[in-house]
Write a new protein. Structure first.
Length: 410
C-alpha cells in the first residue's frame, strides 16, 4: 500500500466515518484564533497612549477603512452569466491558468499555462466581489477594534449581511461551480481556495461583537450559514478532493475549515480535522532543508512557497486551540515550520539570489506576516527585525507594526 493511499484512508477515517476524539474543552482565552490577542491588545494600548510613532502606522488602516465605508454591497447576483444550476446565488469562478487550445477551432478543451492568467478569468465577477468583501471586512473590523468608531462596525455588518444572509443577494453555502474550466469541468475542488480568507471571519466577528450594531439575529444567521458551508466542505466531493489535493490547496482547506469549526463550537470536528491534516501537511510538504517541493515546482515558486507557509502557520495556530503544538514539531524527514521560514528568509537579503522559477518579480514582503508570527512563537528578535525592514515594501496596515519585539514577547 502506497504512503499516499494510507494518507487518504486515514483522512477518510477522520473526516467521513466520524471516528473522533472525545469532546475537547477549548478555552478561548481572548476569543481570537488566527490573530494574536495579546499582541492586538498591546497594539491598541500603544494607540490609546498616543505614541506618535505608533499612531502614524494606523493611518494606512484608517484610509482603507474610510474607502471601505463607500464600498459595496457586494453580491454573487452581480454576475451576468447564470451558473449551470440556473441559480444566480451559486458562486461561480474560472480557473485562472486555463486558456483556449490554439490547435482547436473552438479552443476546447482549455489547456493549462501555469502562472499566466487568462483575461477571461476576470469576466467571472464572484471571486472579485468576494475578494473585495473579505478585504473590506478585514480593514473595517480592525478599524473598529483599534478606534472604537461605530461607523466601521456598522458598514462591516451591513456588507456581511448582504453577501451571506439577505435573501435577495446572498451566496448559497457551496462552491459547486468554483474554478470551472471550459470544455473540462463546471467546477473543481481546487475552487475552494477562492474562499481561503474566510479563515479570518471568526476573528473579524470577534472584533465586531462588541459593537452596538452587533445583534443576535446576525450572529445566529452567520452561524447557520457557516454550519451549512462547513458541512459542504466536509461532505461534498469537491471538499473531499481538496482535502487530499496535496499542495497549498490542501493546506488552505484545513487552514480555512478548522477556524470555522472552532467558531461554531464544533470542537470534536476541529480536533479531528487538525489530526487529519498532520500527515498531509506536516509530514509531506516540508523537506529537511525547509524547502517546499510542490510549491517550488510552480512558475511563481516564491509566491506559492510563501502563500503555503502562511497557510501552514494558520493551520498551526488553529491546531493550538485543540491542544496540538506544531511550532516545535519535526517531521520524520526533518522538516518543520521554522525551517520552512528560514529557507525563504535566506533569500530576502543580498547574499543569495532566488534560484527557482519566478515569472513575476519577487515581492519580499510576502513573508512579512510569517516573520512577525515567528518572532512571537519562537521569541526570536531577528525575525521581528527582518519583518520591520519590510514595512516600506508593504505599507498596508498590520497590527504587528504597532509593537516592538519587547512588547510581543510572552
Amino acid at each position: 500500500m502506497s504512503f499516499n493511499l494510507k494518507i487518504r484512508i486515514a483522512l477518510n477515517v477522520f473526516l467521513f466515518i466520524g471516528l473522533i476524539s472525545p469532546s475537547l474543552l477549548w478555552a478561548q482565552q481572548d476569543g481570537f484564533i488566527l490573530l494574536e490577542g495579546t499582541v492586538m491588545e498591546k497594539a491598541r494600548e500603544n494607540i490609546d497612549t498616543n505614541s506618535p510613532q505608533k499612531t502614524s502606522e494606523l493611518k494606512a488602516l484608517i484610509m482603507a477603512a474610510e474607502e471601505a465605508l463607500s464600498s459595496g454591497p457586494f453580491s454573487v447576483i452581480h454576475k451576468k452569466q447564470l451558473p449551470p444550476s440556473g441559480d444566480i446565488h451559486d458562486y461561480t469562478s474560472m480557473g485562472p491558468y486555463w486558456w483556449p487550445d490554439p490547435e482547436k477551432e473552438d479552443g476546447l478543451p482549455y489547456i493549462r499555462r501555469d502562472g499566466e492568467i487568462n483575461p477571461e478569468y476576470f469576466d467571472y465577477k464572484d471571486k472579485e466581489e468576494m475578494g473585495k468583501l473579505l478585504n473590506s471586512l478585514k480593514v473595517l473590523s480592525q478599524a473598529f477594534y483599534f478606534t472604537g468608531n461605530e461607523k466601521y462596525a456598522a458598514q462591516a455588518i451591513h456588507l456581511a449581511n448582504a453577501w451571506f444572509l439577505d435573501p435577495d443577494t446572498k451566496m448559497n453555502p457551496n462552491l459547486n461551480f468554483a474554478q470551472r474550466i471550459p470544455g473540462r469541468t463546471e467546477g473543481r475542488g481546487i475552487g475552494i481556495i477562492d474562499t481561503r480568507k474566510m479563515a479570518e471571519l471568526p476573528d473579524q466577528f470577534r472584533m465586531l461583537s462588541s459593537s452596538t450594531h452587533w445583534n443576535t439575529s446576525f450572529e445566529e444567521g452567520m452561524k447557520y450559514w457557516l454550519t451549512k458551508y462547513v458541512s459542504w466542505l466536509v461532505n461534498s466531493k469537491h471538499g473531499k478532493d481538496e482535502a487530499v489535493h496535496g499542495n497549498n490547496h490542501t493546506t488552505w482547506y484545513f487552514a480555512q475549515i478548522i477556524p470555522l469549526t472552532l467558531y461554531l463550537g464544533q470542537t470534536d470536528r476541529a480536533d479531528s480535522l487538525a489530526k487529519a491534516g498532520l500527515p498531509l501537511i506536516m509530514e509531506e510538504m516540508i523537506e529537511k532543508d525547509g524547502s517546499q517541493p510542490a510549491e517550488l515546482a510552480r512558475t511563481r515558486s516564491w509566491d506559492y512557497s510563501s502563500m503555503n507557509l502562511l497557510a501552514i502557520m494558520y493551520y498551526a495556530m488553529a491546531c493550538e486551540k485543540v491542544g496540538i503544538d506544531l511550532w516545535n514539531r519535526e517531521s520524520e524527514k526533518g522538516g518543520s515550520i521554522q525551517k520552512a521560514l528560514d529557507f525563504l528568509n535566506a533569500y530576502t537579503g543580498k547574499k543569495l539570489e532566488w534560484p527557482y522559477e519566478q515569472i513575476k518579480e519577487r515581492d519580499l514582503s510576502r513573508i512579512k506576516e510569517q516573520l512577525n508570527i515567528a518572532a512571537y512563537k519562537y521569541l526570536d528578535k531577528s525575525y521581528k527585525k527582518d519583518a520591520d525592514q519590510m514595512i516600506s515594501l508593504n505599507p498596508e496596515f498590520s497590527y504587528w507594526d504597532l509593537v516592538s519585539f519587547k512588547q510581543i514577547r510572552k
